[in-house]
Ligand binder design. Structure first.
Ligand code: SF4
Ligand code: FES
Length: 249
């Protein structure tokens, strides 16, 4: 099958970008999007042209590194699926793919399809960490957690940090991402003592680096981890908790 790729090229963060068109003549429906980019890069290398820069690590939907925008949709056409797990068979009769970086003011382009998503890391960092010697791990049943809370916490912990929610949001908000973190930590008894401080720090960082949430819900549509909109509600809840308890912690 023949695929026409309109692909974003940008030489550096402050360089102007442009779309380039390339043809792949020997694509197959079983190819993933990243395999298609690999094929394109082989072709470019054979022609002595600089390969397209893109990110990937696990290629199995775990690490969140691979996110790109495909035909105006973060990750691609298949719901709840990261870019590395999108296959050409899902595009039906569409044989022209427009691939560009995840677009958001919070994610400056580094080169081609690679963006700087360290704003998400700073948000996690704001939540704090434990750097004291805690000894050996406690017994798993030393602190009991109800089954429903444990399951819900795990569901929120499924966020892979890809940033697609931010790219899909017209406001460039990261509330789904932040809410997933706050909800998963807030549902567990561990770290309860610093919850107010953590909530305030994360929400302050969220407000500093990203846009406001207007509840469009576009984030949920593209999230590969299936994080629900209740994560956004968790941000509002934790914002209040941070306001009232942050100073006491
Ligand atoms: S909430 Fe979903 S879309 Fe947003 S970073 Fe996490 S996994 Fe990606
Ligand atoms: S490469 Fe890891 S989620 Fe796609």
């Amino acid at each position: 099958m023949r695929v026409e790729l309109e692909i974003w090229r940008q030489d550096g963060p402050s360089e102007p970008g442009r779309f380039e068109t390339h043809l792949i003549d020997d694509a197959t429906p079983e190819m993933s999007l990243l395999e298609l980019l690999d094929r394109l890069n082989d072709q470019l290398a054979e022609q002595g042209i600089e390969p397209i820069q893109f990110e990937s690590d696990c290629r199995e939907g775990i690490c969140g590194a691979c996110g790109v925008t495909v035909n105006d949709r973060p990750h691609g056409p298949v719901p709840k699926t990261p870019s590395c797990r999108q296959h050409l068979r899902a595009f039906g009769q569409v044989t022209t793919l427009r691939i560009e970086p995840l677009r958001s003011a919070g994610f400056p382009v580094i080169r081609d399809l690679v963006v700087d998503r360290s704003a998400l890391d700073r948000l996690i960092q704001a939540g704090g960490h434990i750097d004291v010697l805690t000894g050996t791990a406690p017994d798993a049943d030393a602190m009991l957690v109800g089954h429903e809370d444990a399951e819900a916490a795990l569901d929120f912990a499924a966020c892979i940090g890809c940033g697609a929610c931010v790219a899909a949001c017209p406001n460039g908000a990261a509330h789904l991402f932040a809410g997933a973190k706050l909800a998963h930590l807030g549902l567990l008894p561990h770290g309860e003592q610093e919850r107010g401080r953590r909530s305030k720090a994360v929400v302050d960082q969220l407000d500093t680096e990203f846009g406001p949430c207007s509840s469009y819900g576009e984030c949920v549509e593209v999230c590969p981890a299936g994080i629900p909109l209740t994560a956004v509600a968790a941000v509002h809840k934790e914002r209040l908790r941070g306001l009232f308890r942050g100073r006491a912690d």
